[in-house]
Design a protein around this ligand. Structure first.
Ligand SMILES: [Zn+2]
Length: 385
């Protein structure tokens, strides 16, 4: 058992290098001792440097620690663990001990799992029910313990001693290590912990989520709490500035904005319809029987409605192109009182301009790449009718 892991801020120390093994592009710096935490027990490995060279990985085997570097190192290894990363994960891990231990003890809900994300942490507990009231109560209780600053003890018990406290644990290590938080928690654990609860600063329970096995509780504590809340406050501040209002007014402002948008959309749809109706009327009441036209101010759906409404209500033949950037949609159609075959005319046009689509004698349509000559071709078609 690495006793350096009993001191959470032991992050700068020198040890003799026993050997340095080359492994393709990398090297493994071999030492008998290390302050770098080797990944395990749900805690990530430490990051940092040896003689200012980054440590990329670390493992333990047969009494030796192996640190992966890009440069060979000899002599003394001056190890520097990244303090910020160490504090971050140790606070979260110790916070999980407190939260899970307290829930185990008071609510008799067993721990199923715990996890850490960048902006929040959490644990899954065997609760059969959970609500805001209970979550807030647990938050209050664990924060009271943080204020009491209960010490977190690391002890090395015999298997017999440990068995009394954790009868269900597999005690299969040569040397046993237990973590004690007052009378709240007694757990076998090889990770690094804060020395007492005040180093967690505070714990905020964020939300809960039902799972197949119980409930997940999400929380932030220590530096993760400061960072996550700082980040979220910055977002709220940016929103408030954008709304030109106070942070507390963001939500009502958002609701009003959504309502305004809904009304605007309804009003836009009504104007769109009026615009289309006017276009239909203008086309219908125009002098020509055959209308050859290119338009670029309608979407295809409105264009289709326009053409089909005109030929249904007015004695017209339509030869129209709707341009949409580099694409276009063409409609050839007529009122039942006219008798040319729209589908045949469209087919000859489609072949010439590689358009897709088709239809029947009354109406044919389709789309393809826009070509200014389509309109000219439509004029020729009409001349030949
Ligand atoms: Zn632990």
């Amino acid at each position: 058992m690495n006793k350096h892991y009993d001191h959470w801020l032991e992050c700068d120390k020198s040890f003799e290098i026993y050997d340095c093994l080359q492994d393709q592009e990398a090297y493994w710096v071999k030492t008998k001792d290390t302050i770098f935490y080797v990944e395990g027990g749900g805690m990530e490995r430490d990051t940092g440097t040896i003689n200012d060279v980054e440590v990329e990985d670390i493992y333990y085997e047969n009494g030796f620690y192996y640190h992966k570097t890009r440069v060979p190192l000899t002599g003394m290894a001056h190890m520097k663990v990244d303090v910020e990363q160490r504090i971050w994960k140790v606070q979260i891990h110790s916070g999980s001990h407190l939260l899970c231990g307290w829930i185990n003890k008071k609510y008799h809900a067993k721990t199923i799992a715990f996890f850490t994300h960048e902006d929040m942490s959490g644990c899954e507990m065997e609760f059969t029910s959970m609500d805001d009231l209970l979550m807030n109560q647990i938050e209050r209780e664990v924060n009271e313990y943080i204020v009491q600053d209960l010490p977190i003890h690391i002890i090395y018990p015999t298997a017999q001693e440990a068995k009394k406290h954790v009868p269900d644990s597999k005690l299969d290590h040569d040397e046993l290590r237990a973590v004690l938080i007052g009378d709240i928690d007694y757990n076998m654990c090889g990770c690094i912990h804060v020395p007492s609860l005040r180093y967690l600063q505070a714990m905020k329970l964020l939300s809960y989520e039902r799972t197949t096995r119980g409930y997940k509780l999400f929380f932030v504590c220590g530096n993760q709490l400061l960072k996550t809340y700082g980040h979220q406050l910055n977002i709220l501040d940016a929103c408030a500035k954008n709304f030109n209002t106070a942070q507390s007014e963001i939500y009502p402002s958002l609701l009003k904005l959504r309502q305004d948008m809904k009304e605007l959309k309804a009003s836009e749809a009504a104007w769109r319809q009026r615009f289309l109706d006017l276009r239909i009327q203008m086309m219908g009441e125009s002098q020509e029987v055959y209308i050859i036209k290119e338009m670029d101010d309608l979407d295809i759906k409105s264009f289709q409605i326009l053409c089909s409404t005109v030929v249904r209500n007015y004695p017209k033949g339509l030869f129209c192109v709707c341009k949409d950037h580099d694409r276009c949609h063409v409609i050839i159609a007529h009122h039942p009182s006219l008798s040319f075959k729209s589908n045949e005319l469209f087919k000859s046009l489609a072949e010439k301009f590689h358009l897709r689509g088709g239809g029947n004698p009354g109406m044919a349509q389709g789309g393809g790449t826009y070509d200014a000559n389509i309109l000219e071709e439509l004029k020729i078609i009409v001349e030949n009718l």
